[in-house]
Design a protein around this ligand. Structure first.
Ligand SMILES: NC(=O)c1ccc[n+]([C@@H]2O[C@H](COP(=O)([O-])OP(=O)(O)OC[C@H]3O[C@@H](n4cnc5c(N)ncnc54)[C@H](OP(=O)(O)O)[C@@H]3O)[C@@H](O)[C@H]2O)c1
Length: 282
């Protein structure tokens, strides 16, 4: 049988059978995976609320999407490492009466041995990945439970499963998002609410250009391992349509890597050694 290419997938995606798309809230919408979700959902007619720190970038994106797709696009410039900003965004989410989708996507990584990374930096990451996702999900569920419909996507990482020295808190916060999503799914069973923890591997975004990854050598990772944000988002949305699983790892190579890591002590120790070396060279 012929393998389907991504263009076929795109055309086939009848996104969640929404006849009257409501509003989608996306954190980390100024770049990468979040921006790709925004483009895709705008094309499907969803109004958007976009959240990130870079206000001008968000404004440009909102203006473009409103004119291309005749949707409404609000922006909330916010630093999700700050508890006050998280509270402000959560209050806004509670007011969105036609909230259909929440995507907790904002994120970044610190790098280095846990005891060496300044604790303030790690706590910022913890707030962006965990505190914000917890509060926004809680706020969104107040609306979604009443409407008996909704979609929650928590963007985790394959790092939740493939543990590597130098990424201790990153992996732990992403692992939290998986457990949180899986258990929440049990609670909302029967309420028409879909929950996904999306666990990508290496994706070509700005992620490896900012913060501790500024000097990351992308060529150290083989080309065939990288995915595009478009393919990650398409696979996420396709999986939501089927809604069979909570944990979604886009790309068969990533699923195979996870399987190898879980089942081979040799692979685990080789990989951990490689990461140990690079973490010590920071
Ligand atoms: N790229 C990968 O290889 C990869 C792999 C696995 C998982 N992921 C996960 O995918 C998610 C999206 O990352 P990406 O690859 O799309 O990276 P990206 O291109 O760097 O985008 C990250 C987004 O998060 C926002 N953000 C970062 N810190 C923030 C803060 N303090 N407050 C508010 N927004 C903040 C950024 O916006 P501003 O800078 O404008 O605030 C940006 O919109 C992350 O959760 C990441 O952990 C990525």
């Amino acid at each position: 049988m012929k393998r389907k290419n991504l263009t076929d997938l795109k055309e086939e995606t009848v996104f969640l059978n929404y006849k009257n798309p409501g509003t989608a809230v996306i954190t980390g919408a100024s770049a990468g995976i979040g921006l790709t979700f925004a483009n895709k959902l705008a094309a499907h007619g969803f109004d958007l609320v976009l959240i990130a720190r870079r206000k001008e970038r968000l404004q440009d994106i909102a203006t473009r999407l409103e004119s291309e797709y005749s949707i409404q696009c609000e922006i909330i410039p916010a630093d999700l490492a700050l508890v006050e900003d998280i509270g402000k965004v959560a209050d806004t989410i509670k007011q969105i009466s036609n909230l259909d989708i929440l995507i907790n996507n904002a994120g970044f990584a610190t790098q280095g041995y846990f005891a060496d990374v300044p604790i303030e930096k790690d706590m910022r990451m913890l707030h962006v990945h965990m505190t914000a996702s917890i509060q926004f999900t809680h706020a969104a569920l107040q609306i979604m439970r009443k409407r008996k419909q909704g979609v929650l996507i928590n963007v985790s990482s394959i790092g939740a499963y493939i543990l590597t020295p130098g990424n201790v808190l990153y992996d732990a916060t992403k692992s939290f998002l998986c457990t949180f999503s899986e258990n929440l799914r049990l609670e909302v069973r029967g309420l028409g609410i879909k929950i996904q923890a999306l666990c990508p591997g290496f994706v070509r975004t700005e992620f490896h250009e900012v913060g501790d990854f500024k000097n990351f050598d992308r060529s150290a990772v083989p080309d065939s391992i990288w995915m595009t944000p478009e393919s990650v988002v398409l696979q996420s949305l396709k999986a939501l349509e089927k809604n069979r699983k909570t944990i979604i790892i886009p790309g068969w190579k990533k699923r195979f890597s996870k399987w190898l890591y879980m089942n081979s002590a040799l692979v685990r120790s080789l990989l951990q050694k490689k990461f140990e070396d690079s973490a010590q060279n920071i």
